[in-house]
Ligand binder design. Sequence first.
Ligand code: PGA
Length: 251
Amino acid sequence: MRQNIVAGNWKMNKTLQEGVELAKELQKALHAEKPNCRVIIGTPFIHLSEVCKIVDPELIGVSAQNCADHESGAYTGEVSAEMVKSTGAEYVILGHSERRAYYHEDNAMLKTKTDLALKNGLTPIFCIGEVLEEREANKHFEIVKSQLEESLFHLSANDFKKMIIAYEPVWAIGTGKTATPEQAQEMHAFIRKTLAGKYGQEVADEISVLYGGSCKPSNAKELFANPDVDGGLIGGASLKADDFRGIIAAF
Ligand code: PGA
């Protein structure tokens, strides 16, 4: 079901103790404030199980930031989708541009990770987006389309409906340079049209498509006001309860 979502991506920040504190602070504040959207926090692996004990799952969903591309076995240092699920987490961020750029995750590997996440009952928050050179060369639509096609378009309509898509122009991540509301809407509409072309309008209309990249309390409202922008994936501004609450309050 399409819903408005504000999802935090803590990345590699916060010790276990600091993460627990932030989760407690958010739980307390959001319990009182009653947000008008689904709230998710994406924590490092080691925080998942503790954070799941702190938050009310109806109020705050918990997400991993990655999972392995194998089911189990001799893959030192990896964490499987099944392990993520066993912590109580419900979501997993896949295909973040930092994973694509620094850990060489390509569309084929992300296809496997998506399958394993779905098989284990996790909801993927699947990130797509172009780098600056691709936008400057006017290739951004083509890139986003191929990311969808190569990693996700093997899914059945039923499985596809379980996905959350996050459009994150790489040039806007952590740079302070946000896409304009017009640029975000233009790409989100393109994504929805591409989904409709493959799965039909009804399925496309059921998918939440989030925007990510330097989203903050001061710009969230105008980004989320666009008809095809169903919320945000928030990096830096998810690390402080007040900033994150400010973005949630945009709904
Ligand atoms: P940012 O990160 O909000 O710090 O730009 C967004 C993301 O990488 O998901």
